[in-house]
Design a binder for this molecule. Structure first.
Ligand code: V47
Length: 375
């Protein structure tokens, strides 16, 4: 019998093993113990139990395209290499026609999602973004619009002197179908003061997400790690997301995001390691027991590490992306795009079963040039 029990290098993991097998919620202190453990295989083993209990062998992916309408941003966050000042000759802002044209470029297989985020532009008003969404829906009615981080929503509200829910309702009426998870960074105010002092606070991010969920909109959530945060900040971030999710059930997916330091004001900070990237996936799967999916975003962690992450708690590898600016401005050297066949191969060679999903995790059936979402 004992030969069948896993041997943990870190004895503290043995007691967490019982909790995981019983489906018991892990505490803040358990989260810290996981982060402090050097036994990456033990932590990954525990996370894989939960991952397989929730999703079996299935690994989700989608066929999507990112669109960044502008990189002009009033926030100047130290963590970011993407945002530029309006007078910077290297900044860009697309016209509405350019956004609609860009949306149709760079893909052959029918895509199911546009992922749209951008800088906080001082001159583009809410009406401009509503027109952008309407124009996309007119031209691509079958494509899901996952658009605007909670940070952009908060900025629109301040700029237009509207409430968060008024902004969300206007955008929803114009075609926004759900929201991505960006801009959460780490909720600790001590950390935010240094890495993103002009951004909304952690509480404001959470309240904006709560409002979106109460309006029936789904969103994702993220955590930026590998800068100046400590393990307590990471666990606190996860516990706060978990607690909101207990109330709203609106988060679909958690995406841990590794800080990329190049071309940022924090460029002296070393890059994260594969060990830390896998650890964050695994701890997230174990702590966020009420968030259905954990995404190994291949752009952020490289396709090679994302593939291994599918055995450390992740059940989603994101999509084809097509064009990526946020990580590439910050020094990412991976390709900006993977084909659907590349994703299938990565997933299958990890011994997992690929499942093409739409943004809301419904199955997608496709011929080469069209798709049907099965509901
Ligand atoms: O909001 C910015 C982060 C986010 C850097 O919801 C940086 O499905 C690392 O949120 N190094 C954008 N990270 C990416 C994002 C995302 C990606 C894929 C899928 C989904 C989803 C969401 O990236 C930003 C910010 O939190 N970020 N600069 C940087 N230098």
């Amino acid at each position: 019998m004992s030969a069948l029990l896993p041997k943990f290098e870190d004895r503290r993991l043995a007691s967490l093993h019982d909790k995981v097998l019983d489906g018991e919620r892990l505490s803040y202190d358990d989260g810290l113990a996981l982060y402090r453990s050097g036994d990456i295989l033990g932590v990954g083993y525990l996370a894989n139990i939960v991952r397989e209990r929730m999703h079996g062998n299935t690994t989700y992916f989608n066929v999507n395209r990112h669109i960044n309408p502008t990189d002009v941003c009033v926030a100047s966050c130290r963590l970011c290499a993407f945002g530029k000042q309006r007078r910077d000759p290297n900044s860009y802002t697309m016209s509405l026609e350019q956004v609609w044209e860009t949306a149709g470029k760079g893909w052959k297989e029918a895509i199911t999602e546009f992922h749209i985020v951008g800088g906080l532009h001082p001159e583009l008003n809410l009406d401009w973004f509503c027109q952008m969404l309407r124009g996309l829906k007119e031209r691509y009615p079958q494509i899901h619009l996952k658009a605007f981080t909670m940070v952009e929503i908060g900025y629109f509200a301040r700029r237009e002197k509207l409430s968060i829910s008024e902004v969300l309702i206007r955008l929803r009426d114009a075609g926004m179908d759900s929201l991505p998870g960006g801009g959460a960074e780490v909720f600790s105010e001590r950390v935010r003061r240094i890495i993103c002092d002009h951004k909304l606070t952690g509480d404001e991010w959470l309240e904006t997400a709560r409002t979106a969920h109460e309006l029936g909109l789904h969103s994702n959530c993220t955590m930026l790690y590998g800068h100046i945060e400590n393990e307590e900040d990471r666990v606190d971030h996860m516990v706060r997301l978990r607690s909101l999710q207990d109330d709203t059930k609106g988060f679909q997916t958690f995406i841990p995001l590794a800080f990329h330091p190049e071309n940022t004001a924090l460029s002296h900070i070393p890059k994260t390691t594969g060990f830390d990237d896998l650890k964050n996936i695994a701890v997230a799967r174990l702590m966020l027991d009420n968030i259905p999916h954990i995404k190994a975003y291949w752009v952020m962690m490289t396709p090679a590490v994302a593939q291994v992450a599918l055995r450390f708690g992740a059940d989603d590898i994101d999509g084809t992306v097509v064009e990526e600016k946020i990580y590439h401005e910050a020094g990412s050297t991976v390709s900006q795009s993977l084909r659907r066949t590349d994703l299938l191969r990565l997933i299958r060679l990890a011994g997992r079963e690929p499942f093409e999903r739409d943004t809301l995790y419904r199955p997608v059936q496709r011929t080469e040039s069209a798709f049907t979402v099965l509901v």
